[in-house]
Design a protein around this ligand. Structure first.
Ligand SMILES: O=C(O)c1cc(C(=O)O)c2c(n1)C(=O)C(=O)c1cc(C(=O)O)[nH]c1-2
Length: 251
């Protein structure tokens, strides 16, 4: 859809929400996990690869803040960093994700070493951080709006995983439970920024394209995991059965 006349705030919000049709909740990898069809290796692979997304979210949010001259926005935005990094003696989302790793039978070192992070996942996540570094801060801020659809996907894991995967320890679910409220709060702020900023057809079209870019990142991450853990075609599988890809942050 190409917008030619400025949409009202309500209509533009609806256009953003309609992008939920492309959320990774519809990816076959998520659907398999949801339906109890995922192997232990597929769940562990997902947790280890998603850890790279989790650890990069604060870098992405710090990049947005670095480009934002508005103190009122920064004062609110900094909460996102604290949510993941923890504050005032409270553990944050990154620690909760490490506990999720332990709950699915992996040790913390395996996650922290990034040895399981597939190149496709790394490139997708890096694209998000680099976009946040270069784009203007309003556009980068609004690229977080896939979070509009995140509470539903967290809830779907809470509803389905315990019955299908009794071997996952209960403390693994803390991250998803905790994130429900945080995502709703983030979305309220992100949506307000988007509606205030996108006041021309050009800006509205561009913001929808940016939201699609972010949806592409999430979808592409699961594509890479499908290749490696479902189709058993990780990078270089025709050459070696070793994980030959790079495992460190080079940029
Ligand atoms: O589990 C998920 O499917 C999922 C998706 C997303 C998202 O839609 O970007 C986020 C999260 N989780 C999440 O936990 C999180 O902290 C988060 C921050 C952001 C962002 O773009 O700033 N997205 C997401």
């Amino acid at each position: 859809m190409q917008i030619t006349e400025t949409l009202s705030p309500q209509a533009f919000e609806q256009a953003l929400r309609d992008k939920g049709a492309y959320y990774h909740i519809h990816h076959p990898y998520h659907i398999a996990m949801h339906n109890g069809q995922a192997t232990r290796e597929q769940i562990q692979g997902w947790v280890a690869n998603r850890f790279y997304y989790q650890t990069n979210i604060p870098l992405k949010d710090a990049a947005i803040m670095a480009n934002c001259p508005d103190p009122a926005t920064r004062r609110k935005w900094v909460q996102r960093i604290l949510d993941h990094d923890g504050s005032n003696g409270e553990e944050g989302g990154i620690e909760a994700w490490l506990r999720l790793g332990e709950a699915v039978g992996m040790n913390r070192e395996a996650l922290l070493s990034e040895q399981h992070v597939l190149p496709g996942v790394r490139f997708a996540v890096d694209a998000y951080v680099n976009f946040a570094r270069r784009a203007n801060w309003q556009e980068a801020a609004c690229s977080s709006l896939t979070e509009l659809f995140a509470p539903q996907i967290h809830q779907s894991r809470l509803d389905s995983w315990p019955q299908h995967y009794p071997w996952i320890k209960e403390e693994g679910y803390f991250y998803f439970r905790n994130r429900l409220g945080q995502a709703n709060r983030d979305v309220e702020h992100g949506l307000a920024l988007a509606l205030e900023f996108c006041t021309t057809p050009e800006k509205q079209n561009r913001m929808l394209e940016i939201l699609q870019f972010k949806l592409d990142i999430l979808w592409t991450m699961l594509d890479a995991m499908t290749m490696a853990y479902e189709l058993k075609r990780p990078p270089y599988h025709t050459v070696t059965d070793k994980a030959a890809w790079h495992t460190t942050r080079l940029v």
